[in-house]
Design a binder for this molecule. Sequence first.
Ligand code: AKG
Length: 250
Amino acid sequence: MDVKHLQEAFDRDGYVRLPSFLSSDEIAEAREHLARFVRDIVPTMPKEHVFYEDKSDVGTLKQLQNMHELDEYFGSLINGKAKQLAEVVLKGPVIAENLQYFNKCAGIGQPTPAHQDGYYFMLDPCEAVTMWLALEEVDDENGCVHYARGSHLGGMLDHGRTTTLGFSQGLAEPEQFVGSTNDVAMHAQLGDLLAHHALTVHWASGNNSPTRSRQALGLVYFSANAKEDVVAREAYRVKLADDMAKAGKI
Ligand SMILES: O=C(O)CCC(=O)C(=O)O
C-alpha cells in the first residue's frame, strides 16, 4: 500500500480506487457467505435493516444493514485490511461502524440519489470513510457509483427527504454535480474497492440491464476523533422506521 499516494489522492479528490482489493477467490468466498447470510440470518433481522424493491418478493432484496454485528465472517471482513486502509486515509484510529449490502436488481434497481454520507452520520468533525466493494462487474448499464471529484472540500450541503428506500436524504441541489466536469463514473471489476470521504457527493443511476444485478458491500468507518450526535441519530432512525412502516415499504 503506497500510503503517501493514497492519502494525497483521498485528500485531493475525496475518493480513491483500489483495483483487485480482494481476489476473485476472496470475492467467491464473500458471495458464498452472503448467500448463507441471506438464507439464515435475514429472516431474523429487524425489518428496518432489510429493504426490498418489492417487499412481497424476497427475490428483490436491495439493502442490508449492520451485517458485521450478526455474523463472524462479516465481522472479520470489516476488521481486516479494509480497516487498515481506513486508518491510512483518515490518518488515525477508526471505529468500524457498519457493513451493508447494496444491490440493484436487474431491470428494477432504483437510482441512488446524490448525497453525502456525513449528512446521515451526524459527526463532529465529519471525518469518516465509506468503502464500496464490487461483488461483480459494474458499469453504466447496471448503475455504477458516480463521484463528484473534489466535492468533499465544499463542506456539508443542504439535503431533503427523498422517496428512495435506503437513501432517505438527497442533495437539495444535485444539478451542480450530476453531469458536471467533476462527475466521475466509477466503473468497477469484481474485487475492486472504492473509498470515499463522508463529505464526497455521490450517486448512481438505476439498473437498466434486463439480466445483470449490481451487488456490492459497503463498509463504513468513523474516525475515532469524530463525536456522534447519538440523540439526533436515534431520533431520526425511529422517525424514519415509523415513516417507512406507515408507507408500507418495510
Ligand atoms: O450503491 C450505491 O448505489 C450507493 C452506495 C452509497 O451511497 C455509499 O456507498 O455510500
